[in-house]
Design a protein around this ligand. Structure first.
Ligand SMILES: *Cc1c(COP(=O)(O)O)cnc(C)c1O
Length: 453
């Protein structure tokens, strides 16, 4: 047992000038609670010895700062993965940020009809832009696309049979599994075809067998190559509509721009699905669209009316910040400025010579590192296996793992990656405003930890 007689009392500690300052800064309740916890750690010997009053107050100050620090911290993404789900997917355009700030600061016409001076609907806010961009009759924005899929299936297919190809019973990540979501919605799942082969006749048979809908899910994060076949959307629409059934298309990422124009494989586009005749289409707001987190549903008005009335629609409704940010993002597409204004598209279309110049400029400022060709990815469950050519700043250090950890623990946080035993920094996803911080941290760490031959 240690001798605790020299341990100051809570009152004594709080009456010191440092203690009083902590009460001022952090409030009496929190300051007292953290101090109590710390003293308890001393008594239970979690903290060795009996520190003096000023040592205790210093340690408590650090714990107080930690307790009020937001855990969502800014990150410099040096991975070259543009839609990095773990790092928050799409950074927003300036106009979207401004719109969200205005919506956060002020009252707004969120659910207010100015003409009549009575209650309005939040559903109107992005609807016109979405119908104009997609060619659909109606649209609805909800909290995310996982919610959108659950809502669509619940509203249209509860207790009804729906057919889906076995090749599309996918897991998106974050435990979002299509078969589980279908069960949760109360839809009765009819699996058709096989993992690699599904034919028109499989859908025809399912409809003969009582299915009232066909569901197509974009495989998003993986590719089946080799001996594989899947009916295209136009054939599925034909088959469904001939049987008086519906067709729902979950695009996952979904895009209004053609990724082919940016040297990538073609990613399904929203307007193509509507044109092909899909009755309801859903996609994410924060994947290739490049907006805030949202699930977007577009399609036929009678069906959207039904979906909007379902109780789940209220449970997963979009908030005002999302609607404000999303409409600003959509306006970039409407006026043909998406690739100039939306960060995701700016990063996708970043010219490779500019990336090389930026990496060379970093090398020049640092006086170390090598500039090597590499590959960035789009991420966010889109374009699996596809890469964009880039140039990387490569640093040879004794322990790449240790350097990554140092960068993770730094302020601001930098997330980089390892390639062939080097730490590599991809300029594609590093904002120009962040370059100064990045260079400072590298300068601080590298010379001492470099690997020499
Ligand atoms: C990403 C994805 C979802 C989920 O979208 P969130 O917006 O992340 O909820 C659903 N379906 C598919 C096919 C996806 O790729």
């Amino acid at each position: 047992m240690k001798d605790l007689r020299s341990l100051p009392s809570i009152d004594q500690l709080l009456r010191t000038s440092a203690g009083e300052a902590q009460i001022q800064r952090f409030g009496h309740t929190l300051a007292l609670e953290i101090l109590r916890e710390y003293l308890e750690d001393i008594r239970s010997d979690q903290i060795k010895g009996v520190p003096a009053a000023d040592q205790i107050l210093n340690a408590v100050e650090a714990r107080l700062a930690e307790a009020v620090k937001p855990s969502l911290a800014r990150v410099i993404n040096a991975t070259g993965v543009i839609l990095h789900t773990n790092l928050g997917r799409a950074p927003l355009s300036n106009a979207s940020i401004a719109a969200m700030e205005a919506a956060a600061k002020n009252y707004s016409t969120l659910e207010y009809d100015l003409k009549s001076g009575t209650r309005g609907s939040r559903h109107v806010h992005c609807e016109q832009m979405l119908t104009r961009l997609s060619g659909a009759e109606a649209a609805l924005v909800v909290n995310n696309n996982a919610g959108a899929v659950l809502l669509i299936l619940s509203a249209l297919f509860h207790n009804k049979k729906v057919a889906i190809s076995r090749s599309q019973l996918v897991e998106i990540g974050g435990s979002f599994r299509i078969p589980d979501v279908m069960r949760q919605s109360g839809a009765r799942l009819m699996e058709v075809g096989t993992t690699n082969q599904t034919h028109n006749q499989d859908y025809v048979d399912a409809l003969d067998d009582g299915a009232v809908g066909l569901v197509r899910v974009h495989s998003s994060n993986f590719k089946i190559i080799g001996f594989s076949n899947e009916p295209d959307l136009v054939s599925m629409v034909d088959i469904a509509h001939q049987a008086g059934a519906l067709i729902v298309d979950d695009l996952g990422s979904g895009s209004f721009l053609d990724t082919k124009d940016y040297g990538l494989n073609h990613e399904p586009m929203v307007q193509e699905s509507i044109k092909a005749g899909a009755d309801v289409v859903s996609f994410s707001g924060d994947k290739l669209l490049g907006g805030p987190q949202a699930g977007i549903i577009v399609g036929r008005k009678v069906l959207l009316d039904k979906i909007k009335k379902h109780p789940l629609a209220r449970a997963i409704r979009a908030d005002k910040l999302c609607l404000a940010g999303l409409s600003a993002t959509l306006s970039h597409y409407l006026i043909g400025k998406a690739s100039q204004e939306i960060p995701v598209w700016k990063m996708i279309s970043h010219p490779v010579e500019v990336l090389r110049e930026r990496a060379l400029c970093w090398q020049d400022q640092l006086g170390f590192g090598a500039v090597i060709p590499g590959a960035s990815t789009v991420g966010g469950g889109s374009l699996p296996g596809e890469t964009l050519p880039t140039w990387l700043l490569a640093l040879k250090v004794k322990s790449p793992e240790k350097m990554l950890k140092y960068l993770r623990m730094s302020e601001p946080i930098i997330i980089a990656r390892i390639l062939d035993d080097h730490v590599v920094i991809d300029p594609r996803t590093v904002f120009e405003d962040d370059e100064g911080d990045l260079i400072d941290l590298l300068k601080h760490y590298y010379p001492e930890h470099r690997k020499t031959l």
